[in-house]
Each structure stands twice: as structure tokens, then as C-alpha cells.
Ligand binder design. Structure first.
Ligand SMILES: Nc1nc2c(ncn2[C@@H]2O[C@H](COP(=O)(O)OP(=O)(O)OP(=O)(O)O)[C@@H](O)[C@H]2O)c(=O)[nH]1
Ligand SMILES: [Mg+2]
Ligand SMILES: [Zn+2]
Ligand SMILES: [Zn+2]
Length: 403
């Protein structure tokens, strides 16, 4: 049975039948229908503070019938809507039928996490991915109630970066380690045989951690999502490496966070410590796969010839291209060495069972760092989907490309 975690509160749901039902507020004639109210449990666990309809435990009304609907004990109204039994957040109909991996994204302050996540959410929704994987990807519950807030956040962020061409101010700190994640629905064909349903739906829950959250030990340990994560994307900012600063001659505005923030090795060590407290630690290694992505790679374009594998080599479409992935990994590893980042590699190989380097550029061209503006040529993402494809391939959710 696939491991199930609520994509909103990260708590474990052992089986689908454990899910609550959510009242739809439908009048029955006998009693007045329930009205949306603040749900304190949901607010505590997810930070969601809007009024919602109540949820209730599922009790089978008729053992002979498939357990797909229930009557609200308070108002008697009928419902088929499911919700998390821990945090009471409404869940999509298909939730629990297939794997729904949690992707935690971590990185020091100013690494480019919010920009990357915004661009990734947009790129995954484009026709290119749709035709390559015969899959549709979209923010969860588009147009459905209850998910409005985060769907709106994704759309507004995409609009801000792609249309208004503006970047973000620092992401707010998680209150008690809790903040709404971005949940994307990946609906594709089953690649397993003997499955009756033709389509499978995976929910990818992304959590954008503000860099500051990882600089105080006590807060790091509270970040329980890190331990619930099935995959990790560790975003590293090459600008933070001293050799890179010498090489690139970046404007002071591009390095503001470097002076204020922690060096990548510190952040990495904190993540490792947090993971060691949970199930991902087998006594010798951290078992959760980590995609280590170097952000802002566009800044190196003038220093890497066009024939350099990092610029010239393209992945073969149709799945995860392992061969190209290994080449990029090796190239990044040797660059990391040149940049004086050996301790990062030593730390990763000493603690993690499965990690791979990626070179990504969310913006594809250098922004106006000082004024938080996208390059006038617009957003031209490069390789942003590769870390996720590698992780999904590891989880058996994406096939291998024939290369
Ligand atoms: N050259 C280049 N710079 C980038 C790119 N993405 C982000 N940046 C720069 O990095 C800055 C920070 O990006 P954010 O996405 O806000 O960083 P963050 O990791 O979310 O930062 P916090 O929320 O403070 O933790 C941006 O204002 C840009 O200057 C990129 O793809 N290329
Ligand atoms: Mg941010
Ligand atoms: Zn009700
Ligand atoms: Zn939940």
C-alpha cells in the first residue's frame, strides 16, 4: 500500500477509509444546513484561517454499499466530499488512490526558492509537458472551493513574474513551522499493467521554506514537513561560494542575502540534523533522495562556452534521461570543486544515500537585481523540471527516456 500523507498538514493517513467527510451545507428540509465557520484544528495545523464547513468521521451506514457518501451528523445533509482526518482540509476526490509524494524544498535565504517554485509550477502546466508525459498538471482544485487561497497564490505569483516581470520580497517565516504548501495535481496515464483505472493522479506537495527558518536550530527541528517529505529539492545558490563571487563580479544587489544569510554548508548541515531525527535516517545514511539544484545558472553563460555540456546537452524527451542527468551531475560536481565547494560534496556523499546535482535557471537571464525586475527579454526557464523528473523517476512515477 502506498504511503499516504496529507499534502496540507503532512500527517500520515493509514488508509483511505480513515478520511473524514466534509459537510456540503446542503439543506435537507428537516434541519438547517451547516454554515461555514472557523475550524480551529485546521487553523492550528495548517494556518488556514477562513471559515469552512465542518468535517466528521466516516462511519459506514450500509455495509453492502461502497463507502462513498455519508450524511452529516449535524445537519443531515448528504456529502461525498472527503477531508483530512487530522487537519480537516478538503481533499480531492482521487486522493489516496495513488501515491502523493511530498516534495520539500529547502535552501538558504535568497537562493531563489520562490522564483523557482513559481516558474516550475507554470512550466509544468504548459502543453510541452502535457504532450511529453500524456499528463495534465495544475494547481490542486482549480476553481473548487476550499483550495482557493493557494491556487490564487500560484496564479498571482506566475502573473507577477511572467507578466508584470517583478520578483519577490523575502518569503515570510513559517509560524511554528506551518504554512500552506503548494499542491500540484499530476494526472497521467497508468504505466503499470493490470490496473483498472486508466488514469492515475499524483499530488505533489511543495513547501517553500523561508531561508531564515533554517538558521535557528530550534525552528529547524519543528519543521516536521522535512521529515514527512518523500523527496527533497535542495536549492543552492552558487553566488554564495567565494570563488564564484570573484569570477562573476556580481553587482552588490545580487549579493545582499549572501552577507546576511548563512553559507550553504551550514544550511545543509541543519537539514541533515533535522532529517536524522526522523525515519529518513537508517543509522548510517539519510535515505530520502535529494536533488541538489544549483540555481541562477544563467549568470554563468558568459563564462561557459556554448559547447559546454551544461549549455549544449539537452535531455531526451519522453521521461527522465538518465544519461544526460549523469553528465550534468559530473559537470556540476567538477564546477563545485573549482568554486571551492568541496565540503558540500563531502557532506552529501558522507550522509546521503542518493543525491544528484542539477543546474537550473528559473529566469534564464539575469534580472535587474537591485530593482527586483525580470530581464527585459522575459522569463526563459532552463532545466527547471529536471530535478523533479529525477525524483519522480525514482518513485516510479515517470518512465525512463530512451537515450
Ligand atoms: N540570475 C538569476 N537570479 C535569480 C534567479 N532566481 C532568483 N534570482 C535572484 O535571487 C533573488 C531571490 O529570489 P527568491 O526566489 O525571492 O529567493 P528565496 O529563496 O525565495 O528567498 P527567501 O524567501 O528570502 O528565502 C531574486 O530577487 C533574484 O535576484 C535566476 O534564475 N537567475
Ligand atoms: Mg522566498
Ligand atoms: Zn452539516
Ligand atoms: Zn491534513
Amino acid at each position: 500500500m502506498t504511503k499516504l500523507n496529507c499534502p496540507f498538514c503532512y500527517n500520515t493517513i493509514r488508509r483511505r477509509s480513515e478520511l473524514h467527510f466534509m459537510c456540503r451545507g446542503r439543506p435537507t428540509g428537516a434541519r438547517p444546513a451547516c454554515q461555514p465557520e472557523l475550524d480551529q484544528v485546521r487553523s492550528n495545523l495548517t494556518g488556514f484561517k477562513e471559515a469552512t464547513l465542518p468535517t466528521f468521521e466516516a462511519v459506514s451506514e450500509n455495509l453492502m454499499l461502497p463507502f462513498t457518501k455519508a450524511h452529516c451528523p449535524k445537519c443531515g445533509g448528504e456529502t461525498t466530499t472527503r477531508a483530512c482526518s487530522h487537519c480537516h482540509t478538503r481533499l480531492p476526490m482521487e486522493f489516496g488512490l495513488d501515491a502523493s509524494p511530498m516534495v520539500a524544498m529547502v535552501g538558504a535565504r535568497g537562493t531563489g526558492k520562490t522564483v523557482y517554485l513559481t516558474v516550475l509550477s507554470n512550466e509544468l502546466q504548459k502543453p510541452k509537458i502535457r504532450s511529453e508525459f500524456a499528463a495534465t498538471v495544475r494547481p490542486i482544485g482549480e476553481g473548487q472551493d476550499g483550495f482557493g487561497a493557494q491556487d490564487q497564490w500560484v496564479r498571482e505569483s506566475i502573473h507577477q513574474v511572467y507578466e508584470d516581470r517583478k520578483l519577490f520580497s523575502t518569503t515570510a517565516q513559517a509560524v511554528d513551522g506551518r504554512k500552506a504548501p503548494i499542491v500540484l495535481e499530476w494526472r497521467g496515464r497508468h504505466n503499470r499493467r493490470f490496473v483498472l483505472r486508466k488514469f492515475r493522479t499524483n499530488y505533489l506537495s511543495f513547501y517553500d521554506t523561508a531561508g531564515e527558518d533554517l538558521t535557528a536550530d530550534d525552528v529547524t527541528f519543528k519543521l516536521h514537513y522535512l521529515r514527512a517529505a518523500d523527496y527533497l529539492i535542495l536549492l543552492l545558490d552558487p553566488f554564495q561560494l567565494p570563488e564564484v563571487q570573484r569570477l562573476l563580479r556580481l553587482p552588490p544587489a545580487a549579493l545582499l542575502h549572501v552577507r546576511e544569510g548563512k553559507p550553504p554548508i551550514d544550511v545543509l548541515a541543519r537539514v541533515t540534523e533535522a532529517l536524522k531525527q526522523g525515519d529518513h535516517w537508517n543509522g548510517r545514511h539519510i535515505t530520502v533522495p535529494v536533488a541538489v539544484a544549483f540555481a541562477k545558472m544563467d549568470a554563468f553563460n558568459q563564462h561557459l562556452p556554448e559547447t559546454h555540456p551544461l549549455r549544449a546537452r539537452r535531455r531526451t524527451l519522453g521521461g527522465y534521461d538518465e544519461k544526460t542527468g549523469r553528465i550534468i551531475h559530473e559537470e556540476m560536481k567538477s564546477l563545485l570543486h573549482e568554486w571551492g565547494g568541496d565540503e558540500i560534496d563531502a557532506h552529501l556523499s558522507g550522509h546521503y544515500r542518493s543525491y544528484q546535482y542539477f543546474a537550473v535557471s528559473a529566469l534564464g537571464a539575469e534580472p535587474d537585481y537591485e530593482n527586483y525586475l525580470v530581464n527585459p527579454r522575459g522569463v526563459r526557464p532552463d532545466r527547471v523540471e529536471e530535478p523533479l523528473l529525477w525524483l519522480m523517476h525514482k518513485g516510479g512515477l515517470v518512465p525512463r527516456a530512451a537515450s
